[in-house]
Design a binder for this molecule. Structure first.
Ligand SMILES: [Zn+2]
Length: 377
């Protein structure tokens, strides 16, 4: 993993497929069961920019994509999601530059704002990161309608995989399991001791307690720092991101991109890895990922094309992710089912939160003190 493109970078690299000649032994095993010829054809067409560009959508609209799904020709949907799918859950955009977060970092006296998410800085000065983690820690983890739409895709057998840039664990809360998910930028769900000889694993509750008690998390075994498993700048993306990507994208029948402006590599470059015929639907507040000669995004057919005369497979639905998913579900005839799923799951989360609250206030009453994490300076 020495290739620079496998590290998290900001807007620096062009959207272009990775070379396929990297040694990667693990990907071959998963191929069994699929049509090898289709797979190979798509693999070559996506990695070499060759192959036919069949038009599979009757119209480049949400309706057109819904009809395609209903036609039965669409079996493997890959979701690519970013911070925009979690904003309605009240989750702040934790890391992306330009979101206002960096402007609030002066008090931590960082040499430069991005240092707070840089691994070398963190190992020497973990305090700012954990202070920020406490400040930004979500009050509750309640997935959005968009998260449940992805769960519905899974339940109905369409979901090949969900590639997320988010670290908020809401996909898991919504019911996606480890195999359904590629957490490209890692997750807060687990943490590990940073010592290479130890690597003791810790869960979210353990980390949450440390963050709220303003204790710098130290390993119970070796006293080294413990870091949430989110990918810092300067760290490699999870190996599964690369192995799964190579198997998933050539097989994709529909790429559903939601809540991301496609600016962080190598994640953004995934859009260029599906076959040339594969429709790509973007549900986002603005168009994103378009081929732009100024930024060198041309070549390999990777950039999105919603509007030119040559547009034949890319659809932009400009809305919030929740509104877009609800409209999409309605066209698919799934609206009532989706709304019921959201209602039921949210009720479950609320009742769990009530129970916890009751438990906490009993505990607090016994100790004669208020719950400390409610205080804010
Ligand atoms: Zn340790």
């Amino acid at each position: 993993m020495s290739d620079a493109s496998e590290h998290l970078t900001e807007e620096e690299e062009v959207i272009a497929p990775e070379p396929e000649d990297q040694s990667d032994d693990s990907s071959g095993d998963e191929a069994a069961g699929d049509t090898e010829m289709d797979f190979l054809r798509n693999l070559f067409s996506s990695s070499l920019g060759l192959g036919s560009a069949d038009k599979v959508l009757d119209e480049l609209t949400l309706e057109g994509v819904a009809e395609y799904i209903k036609s039965g020709k669409c079996e493997n949907i890959i979701c690519m999601v970013g911070a925009g799918i979690s904003t309605s859950a009240g989750i702040p955009d934790f890391r992306s530059p330009g979101t206002g977060l960096y402007a609030n970092l002066q008090k931590y006296k960082l040499p430069y704002p991005e240092a707070i998410f840089q691994i070398d800085y963190f190992k020497k000065h973990p305090e700012p990161f954990f202070a920020l983690a406490k400040e930004l820690y979500p009050g509750q983890f309640k997935p959005t309608l968009c998260h449940y739409f992805i769960k519905l895709l899974k339940d109905k057998g369409y979901l090949r995989r969900c590639y997320t840039q988010n670290i908020d664990t809401l996909e898991r809360v919504a019911g996606l399991e480890g195999d359904d998910l590629i957490e490209a930028h890692g997750t807060f769900y687990t943490s590990h001791c940073v010592s290479f000889s130890c690597r003791q694993k810790y869960n979210l509750d353990w980390m949450r307690d440390k963050i709220f008690s303003e204790d710098i998390p130290r390993c119970d075994k070796c006293k080294s720092l413990v870091k949430p498993d989110i990918v810092f700048f300067g760290e490699s993306l999870p190996v599964r991101f690369f192995t799964s990507m190579k198997m998933d994208f050539p097989r994709c029948d529909l790429l559903l991109i939601m809540g991301t402006s496609l600016q962080v590599q190598p994640f953004a470059g995934l859009v260029g890895r599906v076959s040339k015929s594969c429709p790509r639907l973007l549900i986002n507040m603005e168009k994103a990922g378009q081929a732009d000669p100024l930024f060198g995004l041309v070549g390999f057919g990777g950039g999105m094309d919603f509007d030119t005369d040559k547009a034949y497979r890319d659809v932009a639905h400009i809305s919030t992710c929740d509104d877009g998913c609800l409209a999409f579900a309605e066209l698919l005839g799934w609206k009532a089912e989706l709304e019921e799923l959201v209602k039921q799951e949210h009720a479950k989360i609320d009742s769990l939160a009530e129970q916890e609250k009751a438990g906490e206030s009993e505990g607090a009453a016994a100790e004669g003190s208020a719950a400390p994490e409610q205080e804010k300076e």
